[in-house]
Ligand binder design. Structure first.
Ligand SMILES: [Zn+2]
Length: 296
């Protein structure tokens, strides 16, 4: 028994083939689905090596946030006996890792925890992170570990009133063969020229005060603002100018000469990090730049 003529059969096969092709075309060429955006969780700081020390140790920088206003914090310019300024910077890194939301959206924060790593190694025997228990108790060693491995006082090696010999308390110290002769100072210079920070904070010890900075043209108004902001919040004395003896080639003063506000925060001893006080100072600074919406 025949249900279809051969003509009807061909028509049916054609319709069937057209349907199959149509379905195939629909499946093959339909628009790709629009991806649903998912929130990307912050993966922590961007870590960079900004230079290497005389003995070849990495000078590291950790940057959190992506805002246009850029604050940079530096520990350990005077290395060994100011190891507490390095430990403070590491504790600040821990805080930022645990509290990334503490950085306002318009800000970016860089921490350079150890600007003179050879001198820290000399008193701790540790590469990178260390604890207070690792630090030598040899006071002669601690005092001599202010300098880099060339015997240069790095905070006399920057380009503001630079001289080959400079002063530290009642001593004459080497300031290098020229401004930025030392790789550690050069690393900071390159970081500054590459990133153009809005303001910088340098941690030292043990004068127990916050200092402004200046080179030839007086103190920048913003420098006074951030000195007072940090000092008031942290409970340190604010000191406009350091006049106990002449200093040349200081990093903060070089920054003043190129228009970047910079302050020095001196902890009260060579052993304590005064974390609660400094956290208040840091957060006040973040708030200052959040509220005032500083341009780049
Ligand atoms: Zn110092």
């Amino acid at each position: 028994m025949r249900f279809f003529s051969s003509k009807q059969g061909i028509t049916a096969v054609c319709i069937f083939a057209a349907l199959v092709l149509g379905v195939f075309a629909l499946v093959a060429f339909r628009k790709a689905p629009v991806p649903i955006p998912i929130a990307v969780k912050s993966s922590g700081p961007v870590k960079e090596v900004i230079g290497t020390s005389v003995e070849g140790r990495a000078i590291e920088a950790y940057t959190f946030g992506t805002g246009g206003t850029h604050l940079a914090f530096v520990g350990g310019v005077h290395g060994g006996y100011e190891w507490n300024s390095v430990l403070l910077a590491y504790v600040f890194l821990d805080y930022l890792n645990a509290n990334p939301a503490s950085i306002p959206a318009n800000l970016k924060v860089t921490v350079i925890p150890s600007a003179n790593p050879d001198a820290v190694y000399r008193v701790t025997g540790k590469e990178g992170r260390f604890t207070a228990e690792d630090v030598s108790t040899d006071t002669t060693l601690l005092a001599s570990a202010r300098f880099n491995a060339d015997g240069v006082d790095l905070n006399r090696n920057f380009d503001c009133k630079w001289k080959p010999k400079s002063t530290w308390q009642n001593k004459t110290v080497s300031a290098g063969t020229k401004a930025f002769s030392e790789p550690e100072a050069e690393a900071i210079r390159q970081f500054v020229s590459k990133t153009g920070p809005t303001a910088m904070v340098f941690w030292h010890s043990q004068a127990n005060a916050v200092y402004a900075s200046q080179c030839e043209d007086g103190i920048l108004p913003k420098t006074l603002d951030i000195m007072n902001t940090y000092a008031d919040a942290a409970g340190y004395k604010a000191v406009k100018s350091f006049d106990a003896y002449e200093t040349t080639g200081a990093s903060e003063d070089w920054l003043a000469s190129i228009g970047i506000p910079a302050i020095t925060v001196e902890l009260s001893t060579h052993e304590t990090i005064e974390w609660e006080k400094n956290l208040k100072g840091i957060l006040a600074l973040l708030d200052y730049y959040k509220l005032s919406r500083q341009p780049l």
